[in-house]
Design a protein around this ligand. Structure first.
Ligand code: C2O
Ligand code: CU
Ligand code: CU
Length: 505
């Protein structure tokens, strides 16, 4: 990021905003110099410590523990989730204090069915910090959605209750959303997958259904998780290790000829994952909000923070097959850009023993009705700002020139009405845009005057808006109440890149 690309705003406009990061110049002496800026002698920025603690690799992929359904009558899902401090063992002989749901990180896998009535009692046992559970992507009422406006105080409980409508099957997730603490609570371990299953699933059961939750871990030499640095606040926290279900490069074993249904979750704070399997063809069958209309072959996929994809992967030759990362430049401020390419996330051991023959994938998965004829259009412009004085530097990530204010409604919308949202990224980094309460349809990307259409129609709740890009999407909120929209680089959300749409009947 170059200085000239900043909007250097007068202090008067920004100094009053509580949401802006404020850093004393002392902290800045830790920074490597940014191009065009004199930051003084810098050393380690934290994000890319060469001395990363080694983690064991190659253990059998563990399935995520299922959250037990305590309900006794059919059509009900009842359970408890407790957020609490726990200790994890990522590296040998090193204890890592984390935050966990029911003692595990990622949290337990929640599996419920379309039509179910869900009732989850949340207990916040995090010392001195409020929390919430947000049901990312799920069609739940606004007052059950774990918004920052509805904090659950440390030591108290609350019940989240909602119904899963017909047609809502998809790969959702849950994570905390308290004001100013979301980023930290998530990187310390609070996130889990919530799969809503269809009553009649068109994907044959023989393909299995494996959830892969990607998280990002940084460990200090003593095994603890370091606090966010200035670099983390600017770019979003990127760790030293990408984990799959809490493990580094775990091993999955299949017979030759096997096809597996995999649900990939990017639950990292800020890491963009461009992925491919070497030598195993991928077919995309689902997005954030459930199945596509038809399967789509893919050479590589980009999962920006908070996005999910459902894949069928065919293991046609014996031997090890890896799921690995490719280079993706999402825009990086300052030094210490992490190496994106060449990380092995998962190794699939394909044995010579042939897998059971599988029924074919259906040609059509489900109909998706295109949203059409928006009644309203809106434009959201993303910018980054920095203000400097002799003693302070303040970073801001803004939408339409404003940092988040919980007391302000940014947009008033009407329930049931289709809207066109145009998200223009005028900043120097990619920003994955997310809105609560509904699923949307991306209709257009525009960059350098060139307009392109997405290759398939899909229900999504998060879409990457690359720097310099404009994304147009159609959106309809069915349920009334205030909803958040924000960048899902959680440090950016925390530094102001969030707004409230109030949906009225
Ligand atoms: Cu994943 Cu506002 O949330
Ligand atoms: Cu969300
Ligand atoms: Cu962002």
């Amino acid at each position: 990021m170059h200085r000239r690309e900043f909007l250097v705003a007068g202090l008067a406009t920004l100094a009053s905003s509580r949401a802006l990061a404020q850093m004393k110049m002392d902290d800045m002496s830790n920074m490597d110099s940014m191009p065009g800026m004199d930051m003084g002698a810098g050393h380690d920025m934290g994000a890319m410590s060469q001395s990363a603690v080694a983690l064991p690799e190659g253990e059998a992929l563990r399935e995520l523990p299922l959250l037990a359904n305590e309900a006794t009558s059919p059509g009900q899902f009842k359970a408890r989730l407790t957020a609490e401090p726990a200790v994890a063992r990522f590296a040998e002989d090193k204890d890592t204090p984390i935050l966990a749901y029911n003692g595990t990180s990622p949290g337990p896998l929640i599996e419920a069915f379309e039509g179910d009535r869900v009732e989850i009692t949340f207990a916040n046992r995090i010392a001195d910090e409020a929390s919430t559970i947000h049901w990312h992507g799920m069609p739940v009422p606004a007052d059950q959605d774990g918004n920052p406006m509805d904090p659950v105080a440390s030591g108290s409980n609350r019940v989240y209750a909602f119904e899963l409508p017909e047609g809502s099957a998809g790969s959702y997730w849950y994570h905390p959303h308290p004001h100013g603490k979301t980023a930290e609570q998530v990187y310390r371990g609070l996130a889990g997958a919530f799969v809503v299953k269809a009553k009649a699933d068109p994907i044959p059961a023989e393909y299995g259904d494996t959830v892969l939750v990607f998280t990002d871990l940084r460990l200090a030499a003593d095994g603890s998780m370091p606090e966010n640095t200035m670099t983390d606040l600017m770019n979003g926290r990127v760790g030293d290790h990408v984990l799959v279900n809490g493990q580094k490069n775990p091993k999955l074993s299949v017979g030759v000829g096997a096809k597996r249904r995999l649900r990939l979750y990017n639950a990292t704070n800020a890491r963009f994952l461009k992925l491919a399997f070497d030598g195993a063809p991928m077919t995309i069958i689902g997005s954030d909000g459930g199945l596509l209309e038809v399967p789509v072959a893919a050479e590589e996929i980009l999962l920006s923070p908070a996005e999910r994809l459902e894949l069928i992967v065919s293991f046609e030759k014996p031997g090890p097959i890896t799921l690995y990362t490719l280079d993706y430049d999402r825009g990086w401020m300052g030094a210490g850009r992490p190496a994106d390419a060449g990380l092995t996330l998962l190794t699939v051991d394909v044995s010579e023993i042939p897998a059971e023959p599988l029924p074919p994938l259906p040609d059509r998965l489900r109909p998706i009705e295109p949203l059409s004829a928006p009644a309203v259009s809106r434009r959201l412009v993303f910018t980054e700002t920095m203000t400097m004085t002799a003693t302070d530097m303040q970073m801001g990530f803004l939408i339409n020139g404003k940092a988040f204010d919980m007391a302000r409604v940014d947009i008033v919308a009407k329930a049931g009405q289709t809207e066109l949202w145009e998200i223009a990224n005028k900043a120097d980094m990619d920003h994955p845009f997310h809105v609560h309460g509904t699923q949307f349809q991306v209709i257009e990307h525009e960059r350098d005057g060139k307009v392109s259409k997405p290759t398939y129609l899909a229900w999504k709740d998060t879409v990457n808006v690359a720097r310099g890009e404009t994304v147009r999407l159609l959106l309809r909120q069915e349920r009334p109440g205030p909803r958040m929209y924000h960048c899902h680089i959680l440090e950016h959300e925390q530094l102001g890149m969030m707004g409230i749409v109030d949906v009225q009947v």
